[in-house]
Design a protein around this ligand. Structure first.
Ligand SMILES: [Zn+2]
Length: 452
């Protein structure tokens, strides 16, 4: 380990990166450095984040805690900062409602917030993060999905009511533009998992009236609407009969259809059915993670582009690189082998301890800004620059975010990277938000109000 005197002198520096602390990593719990979770599908994810927060709070290294936000700040150019501030930035997927509901996070001060809050959003030039009204797949079977969604929507309305100078719920692209001009953060609402519709189109209308502007048809398991990329149970071979009906009803109402999380066959069904452009609110390019159905194949990305839709790139490391995507495979195999040796399944505590030891021995391979740029380049090449956006999955992928893009203050760092990769201002504006706004406007234009 490097000398402590050097550590303390470095801590007085204004901007630190996590990597700067590497020589002293033995001082910190490994959980600050490594995580296995991706995209909430891993049930332990939320607990991992909570544990990490708790750890930071309890840590005797108060210095580390006080400097924690600065880990994530890269050094973007003035031009990148200026572009991030002036262009409308839309993020397709931020799981802040769950951090409020589960952890009691405060969106204005950032207390107990994980990746997103007002201060960091303002610093990053973020204008309109879609708030994920996320309802876990289990609600489909256990019941209560509609009620859960209503509670989360109520929480977001509460945030806007409590901090009217900072946040406003956005029900339309016009609302987003107004909020941008007023310097507020617009909070459009997207529902992750269609289970709350509960097989009744009257509920779809109910959620439209409450402000839901996109619905991810399924999450980690097949539901009554669609098959899921994560679920080997492909009971519908795509969409269910109700799913087809629901896509048409979403078109008529003006709710965007989100194909993230769906199986390939379900995405094909959506594209063959919808008469408005779709979104993939938080998906990356499968080209870089072969066999990972949760990301879009080139073929599907091309079709989403041809549909006029937008692919919003997910920042979770497991979505970006093969190394991160397959990180858990040898660990799971080793754990299973250990269980065979023990002659029984591990308890939850034993499993956590095993995984923690594994992480200590096998550092998590965080992706980088360059990996995100590679995905954007690929999506632009395959689908066209009018069909690419951002869907970071902040607050949804635990401690698996790329170096330099650790939270909602990171958009200037991304803009910096886009400039370096040769994107002109018009293309940067499209990727940051103009494409997503265009799709939302086209979905509004395709409404058939009379039906309702
Ligand atoms: Zn998700």
């Amino acid at each position: 380990m490097a000398p402590l005197s050097a550590f303390f002198s470095m801590m007085t520096r204004k901007k630190l990166k996590l990597a700067d602390l590497a020589p002293w990593r033995a001082l910190f719990d490994h959980r600050l450095w490594e995580s296995v979770s991706f995209d909430k599908n891993v049930a332990s994810n939320r607990f991992g984040v909570m544990f990490m927060n708790k750890y930071i709070a309890l840590s005797s290294f108060a210095l580390v805690a006080s400097l924690a936000p600065s880990f994530v700040v890269a050094e973007p150019s003035e031009r990148a900062v200026a572009l991030a501030k002036s262009f409308i930035i839309i993020d397709g997927h931020v799981d802040a409602p769950s951090t409020i509901a589960n952890d009691g996070a405060d969106m204005a001060s950032g207390a107990k917030a994980v990746d997103f809050d007002y201060i960091r959003a303002k610093a990053g030039g973020l204008d309109a993060p879609f708030m994920s009204i996320y309802v876990a797949a289990d609600y489909e079977k256990l019941g209560g999905a509609k009620a859960r969604a209503n509670i989360l929507i109520g929480l977001m309305e509460g945030v806007a009511a409590q901090y009217p100078d900072k946040f406003t719920i956005a029900y339309s692209p016009k609302d987003v533009r107004k909020a941008h001009e007023a310097g507020k953060i617009a909070l459009p609402l997207g529902m992750e998992n269609g289970s709350p519709v509960e097989g009744d189109l009257a509920n779809l209308k109910h959620f439209y009236d409450r402000g839901i502007r996109y619905i991810t048809l399924a999450h980690s398991k097949a539901n009554h609407i669609s098959d899921s990329s994560y679920d080997s149970d492909k009971r519908w071979d795509g969409l269910s009969p109700f799913g087809f009906e629901m896509v048409r009803a979403m078109n008529d109402l003006g709710i965007m259809v989100d194909v993230s999380h769906l199986s390939d066959a379900a995405i094909e069904d959506v594209l063959a059915t919808t008469r408005a452009p779709v979104i993939a609110s938080h998906s990356s390019m499968r080209h870089f993670t072969p066999g990972f159905e949760r990301n879009l194949s080139d073929e599907l990305a091309r079709k989403v582009g041809a549909n006029g839709g937008v692919i919003m790139i997910n920042y979770g490391s497991a979505f970006l690189t093969e190394a991160a995507n397959k990180y858990g495979v040898p660990r799971d195999a080793a754990r299973e082998a250990k269980e065979v040796e023990m002659g029984r399944k591990m308890t939850e505590a034993e499993r956590e301890a095993f995984d923690a030891d594994w992480r200590e021995a096998h550092p998590y391979p965080f992706a980088t800004l360059e990996d995100v740029l590679d995905h954007i380049d690929r999506a632009v090449e395959i689908s066209g620059v009018d069909h690419v956006g951002l869907g970071t999955d902040y607050d949804g992928v635990g401690d698996s975010l790329p170096v330099d893009l650790k939270d909602a203050s990171s958009y200037p760092a991304l803009v910096d990277g886009l400039i370096r990769r040769g994107y002109d201002d018009a293309s940067i504006e499209k990727i940051l938000g103009a494409n997503a706004l265009r799709v939302w406007e086209e979905v509004e234009d395709a409404r058939r109000k009379r039906r309702w």
